[in-house]
Design a protein around this ligand. Structure first.
Ligand code: FAD
Ligand code: FO1
Length: 451
C-alpha cells in the first residue's frame, strides 16, 4: 500500500538518473520498522528496479551532545545496520560534515533519488539547504516523526494546545494508519555496504565531552524501545493520570530517549495504546502529551525560527518580561552554580542532579526552568543556561520538545498570562510551596541523591 503522499515534501525536483540507487539519508528516525521515510524510499527503489541504500552522516559534534547521547545513538544505529543487512539494504555510516558527506556519496554512486526524514530544527534545515544547492537529482523529505505531517496539521504557528488540539483530532483518523513492513529488497547493490559500525574507532574521532557517563537504566535500540513500551502499557499506563506529576513515582512512560532518536515511532505507540484496554483518563491524558504536545512542539519549531530565543516568545510575554527586567533578584546564580546544583533550593538541586544522571522527571522540568528565570539576571541568560544544561545532560535533549518546553516555562509559549509578580510579570509562576502541596519533596530529594 503506497505511503500517503501528504507525508511527502519535494525539496528539489532535480533530474532523475536511470539505474542509480535510491538513497535514504536517515537522521531523525533511526529505525527500520514503522519508518515512513524508509518505506517511501523502498517504494521508489522498487518502482525503478533499483538498489536501496541507507546512509547516516555522523557529525563530530551536535548541539552540545556528549558521549552519553552519541553512544546511545550509535548503539541504536548498530542494530539498525544489522537489521538492514538482513533486508539486502546496505547501511553506510559516514563521518564528517553531513551535508558534504551525503552530497559526495550521491555523486560518487550516481544516485537516482535522495530521500530524507523531516526535522524542523535549524541545523537540519541548514544541512538540507546546502544539499539542495549542490545536488542535481530529486530530493524528497518525508515526515516520519509526526502522525499528522507537520505541514498538514497546520499552515501556521499555533497559539497553544487549545487551538492545535481540534485540528490534530480532526486529522488523526486520516493518518493514524497501520504500517506496511519493509520488504527484503530484490535489487542488490553490488558494492559492500558499511554494514558494521566500529564504535570504538568512531568515538575516537568525535569532538564531544567524554566525561558525562552513560545512562544505565535505559538501553538503546528499537528492540529495547518496544520492550519499554510493552512494560509501560502492562504496568504503568493505567495510573498515568494520577502518577505522572509525582516525581517520586515511575508514572511516566520513559519513552522520550527512544522517541527523540527515532528508535520508536510515536504512531506505533498510539496504535499499541489503542489496542489495549486503557482506562479513559489515562488514555486521554497520555495521548494529549504524546500527540498534541509533542506535535505542537514540531509546529512551534517549524514555523518559528526563533524557537530558542527571547525573540521567539509571544508579544505579551516579551512585553511583560521587559517591564520586569529591572526587578530585584533575591538570588542570582552562575551557570557553574546551576550545573553543580549549588542553589539554596534543595528541590531545584535535586532536579538538576536528576538531569545530570540522565533524565529529569517531566513535572520537575517546568519548576527547574522557571527557577532559572527567577535566579538569573535576564530572560536571555535564563534561556541560554536552560538550553545549555538540557542539551548537555538530557538523553532526550537537542529536540523540538526541549526548546518548546523551555520556551513554555520561561517565555509563556503556548501558555497564557497569569497574575503579575516580580521578575515573571504575568508568566506562569511555580513555587516550592506549590510542589510541596503536590508531592513529598524530602523523598524525591532522597531518591535522587541515592541515584
Ligand atoms: P511521558 O509523560 O511518558 O510522555 C510521553 C511522550 O509524550 C514524551 O516522550 C514526549 O514525546 C511527549 N511529551 C510529554 N510531555 C510533553 C511536553 N510537555 N511537550 C512535548 N512533548 C511531551 N521532552 C523531550 O523529549 N526532550 C527534551 O529535551 C525536553 N525538555 C523539556 C524541558 C522543559 C523545561 C520542559 C517543561 C519540558 C521538556 N520536555 C522535553 C517535555 C517533557 O517533559 C518530556 O517529553 C517528558 O518528561 C519525557 O519523559 P517521558 O517520555 O517519560 O514522558
Ligand atoms: N543526526 C544526524 O543526522 N547526524 C548526527 O551526527 C546526529 C548526532 C546527534 C547527536 C545527539 C542527538 O541528540 C541527536 C543527533 N542527531 C544527529 C539528530 C537526531 O537524530 C534528531 O534528528 C534531532 O536531534 C531531533 O530533532
Amino acid at each position: 500500500m503506497p505511503m500517503n503522499r501528504d507525508r511527502l515534501r519535494v525539496l528539489k525536483e532535480g533530474q532523475g538518473r536511470q539505474g542509480g540507487p535510491v538513497v535514504y539519508w536517515m537522521s531523525r528516525d533511526q529505525r527500520v520498522d514503522d519508518n515512513w521515510a524508509l518505506l517511501y524510499a523502498q517504494e521508489a527503489a522498487l518502482e525503478r528496479k533499483a538498489p536501496l541504500i541507507v546512509v547516516f552522516t555522523l557529525a563530530k559534534e551536535f548541539l552540545n551532545a556528549t558521549i552519553r547521547q552519541y553512544r546511545f545513538m550509535l548503539k541504536g544505529l548498530e542494530k539498525v545496520s544489522n537489521e538492514l543487512a538482513d533486508l539486502n539494504i546496505p547501511f553506510y555510516l559516514l563521518m564528517g560534515s553531513p551535508d558534504q558527506e551525503i552530497t559526495r556519496f550521491i555523486d560518487k554512486h550516481s544516485s537516482a533519488l535522495l530521500v530524507t526524514d523531516f526535522d524542523p530544527m535549524r541545523i537540519k534545515r541548514a544541512w538540507k539547504k546546502t544539499v539542495c544547492d549542490s545536488i542535481s537529482i530529486p530530493f524528497h523529505e518525508v515526515d516520519a516523526h509526526n502522525i499528522v505531517p507537520c505541514w498538514k496539521a497546520s499552515p501556521k504557528q499555533e497559539y497553544g494546545a487549545f487551538t492545535f488540539r481540534p485540528k490534530i483530532r480532526r486529522l488523526l483518523e486520516d493518518y493514524l494508519e497501520t504500517f506496511p513492513n519493509v520488504e527484503k529488497h530484490p535489487f542488490l547493490w553490488g558494492k559492500e555496504g558499511d554494514n558494521g559500525i566500529n564504535r570504538g574507532e568512531i568515538e575516537g574521532s568525535l569532538k564531544v565531552n567524554t566525561k558525562i557517563s552513560e545512562v544505565g537504566w535505559v538501553l538503546p535500540g528499537a528492540d529495547e524501545a518496544q520492550a519499554a513500551l510493552r512494560n509501560f502499557l502492562k504496568d504503568r499506563i493505567s495510573v498515568y493520570s494520577m502518577d505522572r506529576n509525582d516525581p517520586n513515582k515511575k508514572g511516566q512512560s520513559r519513552l522520550s530517549p527512544y522517541l527523540h532518536f527515532g528508535q520508536i515511532s510515536a504512531q506505533r505507540v498510539v496504535l499499541e495504546v489503542e489496542k489495549g484496554a486503557v482506562p479513559g483518563d489515562a488514555h486521554e491524558i497520555f495521548l494529549e502529551e504524546l500527540i498534541v504536545r509533542r506535535e505542537l512542539s514540531d509546529n512551534f519549531c517549524f514555523y518559528n525560527d526563533r524557537y530558542d530565543s527571547f525573540e521567539g516568545f509571544p508579544e505579551w510575554a516579551k512585553r511583560t518580561l521587559n517591564e520586569h527586567r529591572g526587578n530585584h533578584r533575591g538570588y542570582v546564580y552562575s551557570l557553574t552554580q546551576f550545573e553543580g546544583a549549588e542553589t539554596h533550593d534543595e528541590l531545584w538541586n535535586a532536579s538538576q542532579m536528576e538531569m545530570v544522571k540522565g533524565k529529569m522527571h517531566g513535572y520537575m522540568r517546568m519548576y527547574w526552568a522557571k527557577k532559572i528565570l527567577e535566579w538569573t539576571g535576564s530572560p536571555e541568560e535564563a534561556i541560554e543556561i536552560a538550553i545549555y544544561l538540557n542539551d548537555k545532560y538530557e538523553l532526550d535533549g537537542r529536540d523540538p520538545n526541549g526548546y518548546t518546553g523551555i520556551a513554555w516555562s520561561i517565555g509563556g509559549v503556548h501558555d497564557r498570562p497569569w497574575g503579575t509578580r516580580n521578575i515573571f510579570g504575568s508568566i506562569r509562576y511555580m513555587s516550592y510551596k506549590g510542589c510541596k502541596s503536590k508531592f513529598n519533596i524530602p523523598s524525591y530529594v532522597h531518591y535522587v541523591t541515592a541515584l
